[in-house]
Design a protein around this ligand. Sequence first.
Ligand code: C2E
Ligand code: MG
Ligand code: MG
Ligand code: MG
Length: 294
Amino acid sequence: AAKEKGRNQFHIFDPGLDAHRRQRRDQLMQISQALENEEFELYFQPQVRMVDCQVIAFEALIRWNHPDKGLIGPVEFLPAVANSHLEIPLGQWVLKEAIHQMNLWHEADESLAVSINISAPHLMDRSFADYLESYLHSHPDVRPGQITLEVLESTALEDTKRASNVLARCQSLGLQVALDDFGTGFSSLTYLRTLPVDVIKIDQSFVRNMLTDASDRAIVESVIFLAQRFDHPVLAEGVETMEHARALRDMGCNLIQGYGIARPMPAKALLPWLAQWRDQVSRHQSLGKHEQTS
Ligand code: C2E
Ligand code: MG
Ligand code: MG
Ligand code: MG
């Protein structure tokens, strides 16, 4: 009887849920169409090393150029894609496009590296490293060491053993692995211990208020300490001001990323931006040398 009851409850008509399902299905159809129509675009945001202010990589961040609605950010469409049949194809498009862009930039600058966000199903896919390898084969100018895979710390991985095998294979190809949004999930420390990780990214929600909020500051300091103990470089996200950058440097943070350096930009803006950034840095450095000698 209890079983019967459970089954009946499951079938209770819920117009809200139904509307929600229909909406998601419509959105998925639009996204699938958009993928075919090439309406997606990668933007790129620089990641900077604190000791010498050099740009070490650009993080690829997906955008949707919607014909009617204009530019749409990932928080508006990735949730619909999550756990759908489109998650793998969209992720593969991102990988291919990022590697393709890197290949184009390398004609001007061979040092450019890219950091790519990877969603959970890829990490459950044993052939992930294989197709990654095949994309790399078709772009011989791109070295695997110039690619970092950003793995979301907050995604509940069904099978961390399998995920670590997939990531370890990627590392054996030469790729780097970053643990993204560190501290926001339920099992940060378990992931840190189980997954093969090269870089830790402190989530921007801790960085944002760390100058005024003592507990956020304590979290940022502790993550940096933890990263150092594990010998992992640590990157702080969401660095919006010079004060944030200075405080992070004083805490021993290695890398920063945020609007304070640059907002994510379209691919074509990247080389001009980089030239300008390097120019500024070298001017500052020669100014610094001047001050030291005089
Ligand atoms: P994320 O990987 O943690 O990326 C950082 C997000 O913070 C980006 O938002 C970036 O634009 C934003 N951001 C960077 N600096 C600042 C700052 O100083 N202040 C503030 N307030 N925000 C800053 P975006 O581009 O909207 O992406 C949101 C999330 O969507 C990403 O978080 C990532 O988890 C996901 N995502 C984006 N692109 C992709 C992709 O190609 N594949 C996958 N699987 N996920 C992606
Ligand atoms: Mg990321
Ligand atoms: Mg992040
Ligand atoms: Mg995030």
